[in-house]
Design a protein around this ligand. Sequence first.
Ligand code: ZN
Length: 67
Amino acid sequence: MANQNAIRGERPTGLPRASRTYGKGRVCSHPGCETRLSTYNKRDRCWAHAEMRIPRLRGRKPATGSA
Ligand SMILES: [Zn+2]
């Protein structure tokens, strides 16, 4: 007789995970940009105007059949 109730992997007393948000209805701080920012986006600008830019790889990999 296995005690199945004890095997359940549920968390005790589910604390509502307080997901950190940064305010609702924020928009990009870039002038003229009205892109709404996600409440989870800690930046004050949209991805397009964020200071951090994704470095683009220069050139392309020569497709030399190496899959
Ligand atoms: Zn923007």
